[in-house]
Design a protein around this ligand. Structure first.
Ligand code: SF4
Ligand code: SF4
Length: 176
């Protein structure tokens, strides 16, 4: 089976340094608007700052995978004496909340690490150095990558219909 090199990109979050300025949400939504930088709408951002002022919580969370089903078992965390609400650390776009859904189309949003740029914009613009970008390379089977892509597209089409997904992809490719 053919092997290909996959670049793994990570953003480490040093949450204690976050002051909730939300600059990351602004630049993310601006970069992903169509055309690029034409609008700013934090609701369309692929990073969300969970803000609980009374509990001294400012926590950056990145949009992850889309899932058509919500889960019934939920986790709550207490870290350093601070209690985090259910689903706080979850990155999924799921039916039980509005987070990480495009405000116009309702389509799920996912962090793409600012595909096309050398470094993610949220990392560049976070002046408090909360977000730390790292890259590494890994060898994977080509077939595994194609399978992952097909599974994701099938799930989206099942939920939103082929036309909506195709028009979103056309819009993204014009933008990119
Ligand atoms: S830009 Fe940095 S400090 Fe500001 S909200 Fe985002 S992660 Fe927190
Ligand atoms: S890496 Fe890019 S796409 Fe992901 S949250 Fe940051 S600005 Fe948005």
């Amino acid at each position: 089976m053919a092997k290909i090199t996959k670049k793994i990109k990570t953003i480490k979050v040093d949450a204690d340094k976050c002051n909730g300025c939300r600059t990351c949400e602004i630049v993310c939504s601006a970069y992903h608007s169509t055309p690029e930088y034409c609008t700013v709408n934090p609701a369309a951002s692929r990073i969300h700052i969970v803000t609980r002022r009374l509990r001294d919580i400012w926590l950056p969370v990145f949009a992850g995978e889309y899932t058509p089903a919500e889960c019934n078992g939920r986790d709550k965390y207490i870290i350093d004496g601070k209690e985090y609400d259910e689903c706080t650390f979850c990155r999924a776009t799921c039916p039980s909340r509005d987070l990480f859904k495009d405000p116009d189309s309702g389509l799920p949003l996912k962090c793409d690490m600012c595909e096309g740029l050398d470094r993610p914009l949220c990392v560049e613009w976070c002046l408090n150095e909360v977000l730390i970008y790292e890259e590494r390379e890994e060898e994977v089977d080509e077939e595994v990558l194609l399978d992952e892509m097909e599974t994701g597209l099938e799930a989206l089409m099942e939920k939103f219909g082929r036309d909506k997904v195709e028009s979103a992809m056309n819009r993204m490719s014009r933008n990119g």
